[in-house]
Design a protein around this ligand. Structure first.
Ligand code: BGC
Length: 499
C-alpha cells in the first residue's frame, strides 16, 4: 500500500468512526423517540423555538416600532400602545440634598418602607433603614381601603420608631415622603395622580380612578400617627433613575426588569404635543416620561398559542402584552404552559400529565433561572427543581427538553427588552447612528436582570447586535438595587416644602 492509500485509508477510518458515532447517537435518540414520543417532543420544541425566534431583522423592526410608538404617545392621548405619562419630575437630585426623608415603595410582590439621612454633597446618604414585607395575596385583590390601611399602618409604625440619630437632623413639622407606586398613574402634579389600572396580579376594582396620594393620606389620618406629607409620587422607573442620577450624572434612562417591566427617560418638552387633562404641558425644559412600556405592542413581536392562553387567563386580558413576554411574573408561567403542552401532546413525562403543572404560577422565574443555569452532565438541578414541584424521576431527555424550553422563553424575553432599550436610545439620539458616541447610563433595577445571569448575557448580546460593537461600548447598564426607594426619598427632598 502506498502512502496515499494509507492516508485515504486513515481518512476512511476516521470518517467511518464518525458515522458510526452519529448512527449510534441517532439510534439512541430514535429508541427514545420511538418508545417515548421523543420525536414529537423535539418537533414541538423546534416549532416553539421557531415561533419565538427573533432574528436581527425582526429585532430591528421591533426597536423601530418602539421609537415610533414613543413619538405617537407624546403626540396624542391614545395614539400609541404606550401611554407615555408625564411625571412632573423636571429636576433630578444633585447631591446637595440634606435632611431626613421617608419612602414607601409599593411595586411587585414586596412592599418597603425606608428612611434616609441625607448629608449633602460631601456626606451623601449618611444613614438608611428599611423594612420589607411581602404583600399578602388577599390584599392584592381586595379593596383599596384594606390596601392603603395596610401601607399606612406599616409606615406609621416605622416612622414612630425613628431614632434620635435621624430625628436630630429632621426639619420641624411633618416628615416628608416619596411614594413609589409602580403602576400606571395619570399625574396632575409631582404629588397627585389617578391610578389608571393595576398590573402584575393586583386587581382592586375600587382603586382605579382614585388619587393614590389622597387615598394614602386618608389612610394615614385613620392611623392618627405622626404627621407625614407626600412630597413626590413616583413610578419605580423614575425612582431608580433619580437614585442612579444621584451617583452618576450620565444616567438618562431608568428601567425595571423585575416582576413587571417598564422604562422612563428625560424628554424635551418641545417634543411633546399632547394635552394633559385638556391643558398643554409646559413647552420649556424637559421632563421625565414614564413610558409604561409594558403596554407596548408591535405586529412584529412573535407570539405563540401559549402566550395567547396566558393572556386570556390573566386578570388583565389584552393588556400589558410586552410585559407578559418579558416580566419575571410571567416567564415561569410561559415555561409551565409549554411543559404542560409537551406532556399532553408528546408524553414528555413518561406519558403522565403531572397534576402540578396545571397550577398557574407553580413554576416561578427564579426556578427557571436555576434550571437554565444548570451545566451538569446529568442536569441534576433541573431534576431537583422539577422534583420540588412534585415531578419526580425524570430522565435526561426530559430534563434536556425542559432546559431547552427555559432557554427559548428567556432568550425571547431578553431580546425583546434589548429591542425596547435600543428604541429609547434611538429616540434620544444615543444609539450612535449619527456618528456621535456619548456615554449613556441606564439605571436598572429588578430581580430578573439582577439574578438571572443568562438573561443578562442575552440582553447584552442583543444590544451588541443592534447597536454594533462600537456604540454598545458607550451604553452602560448599572444596577441600582432597590434604587427606586432611595430615589423616591431624593425626589421628596428635591420637592420638599422645607426648601
Ligand atoms: C407597571 C409599571 C412598573 C413596572 C415595573 C408594570 O406592571 O405598570 O408602572 O413600572 O411594572 O414595576
Amino acid at each position: 500500500m502506498g502512502r496515499e492509500d494509507s492516508v485515504s485509508n486513515g481518512l476512511i477510518t476516521t470518517a467511518t468512526l464518525a458515522c458510526v458515532a452519529v448512527l449510534a447517537m441517532a439510534s439512541v435518540l430514535l429508541g427514545w423517540q420511538k418508545g417515548r414520543g421523543g420525536g414529537r417532543v423535539q418537533a414541538l420544541i423546534y416549532e416553539f423555538q421557531h415561533r419565538c425566534a427573533l432574528p436581527l431583522h425582526l429585532l430591528r423592526k421591533i426597536s423601530e416600532a418602539m421609537t415610533l410608538e414613543m413619538t405617537a404617545g407624546l403626540t396624542t392621548e391614545s395614539g400609541s400602545s404606550m401611554p407615555m405619562l408625564p411625571t412632573f419630575v423636571e429636576k433630578m437630585p444633585t447631591g446637595n440634598e440634606k435632611g431626613v426623608y421617608y419612602a414607601v415603595d409599593l411595586g411587585g410582590t414586596n412592599f418597603r418602607v425606608l428612611r434616609v439621612l441625607l448629608g449633602g454633597r460631601e456626606k451623601r446618604v449618611m444613614k438608611q433603614e428599611f423594612e420589607e414585607v411581602a404583600i399578602p395575596h388577599p390584599l392584592m385583590v381586595g379593596t383599596s381601603v384594606e390596601l392603603y390601611d395596610f401601607i399606612a399602618k406599616k409606615l406609621t409604625d416605622f416612622v414612630s420608631r425613628e431614632s434620635s440619630e435621624f430625628s436630630t437632623h429632621a426639619a420641624a413639622g411633618a416628615r416628608e415622603l416619596g411614594l413609589t407606586f409602580s403602576f400606571p398613574i395619570s399625574q396632575h402634579s409631582i404629588n397627585s395622580g389617578l391610578l389608571i389600572m393595576w398590573t402584575k396580579g393586583f386587581k382592586i376594582a375600587d382603586g382605579v380612578g382614585q388619587d393614590v396620594v389622597q387615598a394614602l393620606q386618608q389612610a394615614m389620618n385613620r392611623q392618627h400617627g405622626p404627621k407625614l406629607r407626600v412630597a413626590a409620587l413616583v413610578n419605580d422607573t423614575v425612582g431608580t433613575m433619580a437614585g442612579g442620577r444621584y451617583f452618576d450624572p450620565d444616567v438618562m434612562i431608568g428601567i425595571i426588569l423585575g416582576t413587571g417591566t417598564n422604562a422612563c427617560y428625560f424628554e424635551r418638552a418641545d417634543n411633546v404635543h399632547k394635552l394633559q387633562n385638556g391643558k398643554p404641558l409646559p413647552k420649556t425644559g424637559s421632563m421625565v416620561y414614564n413610558m409604561e412600556w409594558g403596554a407596548f405592542w408591535s405586529s412584529h413581536i412573535p407570539t405563540t398559542h401559549v402566550d395567547e392562553q396566558l393572556d386570556a387567563e390573566s386578570i388583565n386580558p389584552g393588556q400589558q402584552l410586552y410585559e407578559k413576554m418579558i416580566g419575571g411574573m410571567y416567564l415561569g408561567d410561559i415555561v409551565r404552559r409549554m411543559l404542560l403542552k409537551l406532556a399532553r401532546e408528546a408524553s414528555l413525562f413518561s406519558g403522565e400529565v403531572p397534576q402540578q403543572l396545571m397550577t398557574p404560577f407553580v413554576l416561578g422565574t427564579p426556578e427557571v433561572s436555576k434550571m437554565h443555569a444548570d451545566e451538569s452532565i446529568d442536569l441534576r438541578v433541573v431534576a431537583k427543581t422539577l422534583a420540588k414541584i412534585g415531578i419526580h424521576r425524570t430522565d435526561l431527555h426530559t430534563r434536556r427538553a425542559v432546559h431547552d424550553v427555559c432557554d427559548i422563553v428567556t432568550l425571547r424575553s431578553a431580546r425583546l427588552a434589548a429591542a425596547g432599550i435600543t428604541g429609547i436610545l434611538r429616540k434620544i439620539g444615543r444609539d450612535g447612528k449619527n456618528g456621535e458616541y456619548t456615554r449613556t447610563v441606564i439605571a436598572m433595577d429588578g430581580g430578573l436582570y439582577e439574578h438571572y445571569a443568562k438573561f443578562r448575557i442575552y440582553i447584552h448580546a442583543a444590544l451588541t447586535e443592534l447597536l454594533g460593537e462600537e456604540a454598545v461600548k458607550y451604553v452602560v447598564v448599572e444596577i441600582f438595587k432597590d434604587g427606586s426607594g432611595i430615589g423616591a426619598t431624593l425626589l421628596a427632598a428635591c420637592h420638599s416644602q422645607h426648601g
